[in-house]
Design a protein around this ligand. Structure first.
Ligand code: FES
Ligand SMILES: [Fe+2]
Length: 402
């Protein structure tokens, strides 16, 4: 934080002249292999694709600073591989998918979804005795909630793929929908990948005050109009993260406690933005693509997001630049922070308590991982795979909304 002298010898200070160079807290932003945050992220399953998007045509995926390809073999198994073929390095992006895996276009080496080399057609006996020495780098994947999750950490530390209680025990007729892209920031599908750090969106989830300003009063109501009431807010640290409780007494006399839970390191569950009563019906992951890009994966009960969200009568992608200036939303606020925020010039205040708790927890968990421990929230016991999500809009029982 810059120490600003307002007056010095009668001359007003604090102009832009001569200010010190500012910097980001790279510990929280850098996600490549070997970085503190990257190693923490790699200890959790991360969504890499929507299941239904992955076919026998390979797709490129960039995640945690790594370029990979993803495909589904003809038996239906998804595979996530390092793309440079272990023979002489052309990309498997141009490979042909077969029953057992993907065959490189150059000399036909065949790799299964776990990187085993099954065939080397130009070698004597199809490479028998040689092909076992070759393994195409791969990552374990599992499918749940319509998403493909990858585990990119040390193999011996692979946790169970979590379930989230708010997405389990569906009522008859309900189903989970999965989506990836910029819906959390623009409200529509304008971006597959957002052009700034994952931390911007991660900060946003523990920021109930911007709901009152950015979304409700600065430009008019983007979500429920009663978010215009300044809430009474508490932040609470729990074992696996931080949640806020934003309390309001609505004009009709009902009292609502809006709880939003952030789960280490990049998982969030935002309750209904239209103040529908009850537990949250979504879980979302802010997936770092690299240090200055992210994408967001959503698993929701019902098809909540795919229609997009109009703000001030139009979708984000339809608005002119001037309209976005007049009616800014999350994208404008976060894009406005730059590709990576300059943390050294932030002035965190009481409304940022949740963000401070969150960043401290992240940094503590990075240290735990660096020292060889297991970070919060990972389970290695298949019988303990359910995560309790606290988020929801909870009305006082005596005044509960239907
Ligand atoms: S480069 Fe892939 S088989 Fe030769
Ligand atoms: Fe927001």
């Amino acid at each position: 934080m810059t120490d600003v002298q307002v007056r010095d010898g009668g001359v007003d200070q604090g102009t832009g002249y001569g200010r010190a160079p500012q910097h980001s807290n790279n510990t929280l932003i850098e996600v490549g292999p070997g970085t503190a945050c990257g190693e923490l992220m790699r200890r959790y399953w991360q969504p890499v694709a929507v299941s239904s998007d992955i076919t026998t045509v390979p797709k490129k995926v960039r995640i945690l600073g790594e370029d990979l390809i993803i495909f589904r073999d003809r038996k239906g198994r998804p595979g996530l591989l390092y793309p440079r073929c272990m023979h002489r390095g052309t990309t498997l992006y141009y490979g042909k998918v077969e029953d057992e895996g993907i065959r490189c276009c150059y000399h036909g080496w065949l790799f299964d979804v776990e990187g085993h080399c099954l065939d080397q057609p130009c070698e004597p006996n199809h490479g028998e005795g040689h092909r076992e020495k070759v393994r195409q780098p791969w990552y374990p994947v599992e499918e749940r909630y319509g998403l493909i999750f990858a585990y990119m950490g040390p193999p011996e530390k692979k946790p169970v793929l979590p379930r989230y209680d708010v997405l389990e025990n569906l009522k008859p007729g309900q189903e989970i929908h999965a989506l990836m892209g910029g819906f959390g920031s623009t409200g529509d599908g304008s971006f597959d990948v957002l052009p700034y750090s994952w931390l911007h969106m991660n900060d946003n989830v523990l920021d109930p005050f911007h709901v009152q300003v950015l979304h409700s009063t600065f430009t008019g109501a983007q979500f429920h109009p009663q978010f215009a009431l300044m809430p009474q807010v508490d932040f609470t640290q729990v074992d696996d993260g931080v949640y806020y409780s934003a309390q309001r007494t609505l004009d009709d006399g009902r009292h609502v406690d809006r709880i939003s839970h952030w789960i280490c390191p990049n998982i969030m569950s935002v309750p209904s933005i239209f103040l529908e009563s009850g537990p949250s019906t979504m879980v979302s992951w802010v997936v770092p693509v690299d240090d200055t890009h992210y994408t967001q994966a959503f698993a929701t009960i019902g098809n909540q997001l795919s229609g997009g969200l109009k703000i001030d009568g139009s979708y984000w992608g339809e608005k002119t630049e001037e309209e976005r200036q007049r009616v800014p939303g999350d994208f404008e606020a976060q894009f406005g922070q730059g590709p990576a925020s300059l943390h050294s010039e932030e002035h965190l205040a009481t409304s940022d308590r949740g963000i401070v708790m969150q960043r401290r927890l992240l940094e503590r968990q990075m240290k735990v991982v660096a020292e060889g421990g297991d970070p919060v929230g990972v389970s290695f016991d298949p019988a303990k795979d359910v995560v309790h999500v606290r988020s929801g809009n909870f009305f006082r029982p005596s005044e509960a909304a239907e």
